[in-house]
Design a protein around this ligand. Sequence first.
Ligand code: TRP
Length: 454
Amino acid sequence: MQTRERHSFSGSLGYVLSTAGSAVGLGNIWRFPYLAAKYGGGAFLLVYILLAVTFGYTMIVSETALGRMTRRSPVGAFSRFSSSTPAKAGGWLNAVIPILILPYYSVIGGWVLRYLFGYLRLSGGTMAADGNFEAFIGSPGMSVLWFVLFAFATMAVVFAGVQGGIEKVSTIMMPVLILLSVVVAGFSVTRPGALPGVSYFLIPDLSRLSLMTVVAALGQMFYSLSIAMGILVTFGSYMQKDADIERSTMQVEIFDTAVAILAGLMVIPAVFAYSGGTPEALGKGPALMFVTLPKVFFSMRGGAFIGALFFALVFFAALTSSVSLAESAVSTIEDELRLSRRPACLLLSCIMLPLGLLSCLGFNVLSGVTPLGMDFLSFFDFMTNSVMMPVAAAAICILVLRCVGVSRMEEEVLSSSAFRRRGLYRFILRYVALALLAVILVSSAMDAFGIIRI
Ligand code: TRP
């Protein structure tokens, strides 16, 4: 049921900017480099790009067209085509994932904020010192404090409804972020000893290809492009009937992937230059960016300033993403529980605090509690990206295949533009998508039960 006047983007530029703003975030700058470092460098990059232009493309087009066709957020869009229980569950799953991602996303956002303030107050040497990051997340008070600050900033923006304002800020910040990333990446790749890192990241070595590379790349592609979380359906519903879906999708993908590659070029060569590129250094996981980049900044002239600027820009990129995660959660709560904005924001905050707290405390007070052998933050990341997301994406594919019909989707795209990759779209949707999703789900389950190690 539509209770509010539906806002709409002005032309496809509005769609592209908002979608890119929500897509480019910690996924590109923090998550992509550590996964690429861990799962085979160039082989990971190759698989990632291939998946993004085929499977990712198909998913984005489907979600956007579904949204534009129905003018609803996911729960409504699903129930429009089928009133069966699985369809309802599918819609809800798409809506619930952002609610579970947001808390731990805000914990990482808090880490970024703390590094920003660190650079403003302390010397670059202090930030780059060995053990600085571990000491920070090891302190319950500090990590909770910065998480709460980031979460508060997110909710304040959503509550005050000033997204428009921060989106304007980010249209200026994003180009600056890219420019600065080019500078830092250029510096990072020219460090003595960095060259093997460049070739590790850019030249695919197919002997490093494994099932795990594919599973990690798939999960990352969903995460980075914000697929299967309702957000693209929602943005599609704001899209005008004459906007070009095919071209907008391409633009968002190119932009998002370019930022990820730049982040990889900043971080991975630096791991080789400063930590020798050993498997242990490459497999550092979530800590990687926070440990290596300060070392890069420290060896640059004016590094403290560059560090502060860099973390400020990452903070904005993270904030635009967390705001759209929260916005999608709040609008679902408003629509489905028929609450007004203030109680909806309050309810979301009440969900977010305990879950975020768990993620913070998993590195210190609760480090003995390890669900599925992981710390809480990795556990939430794993559950949402490797377990729930494939199911949510499968729900979208099944809805399209069974209830909406592929030809109806194609008509929606064709109603406003050409659809050059229609054959590819049809093929992936009919024959590849569900099989690939099943592969992620099965291997994630096997990983969780310790049969294989992802
Ligand atoms: N894509 C975002 C990033 O790369 C994270 C994200 C995942 C997201 N799903 C989302 C952001 C939904 C907004 C809405 O950081």
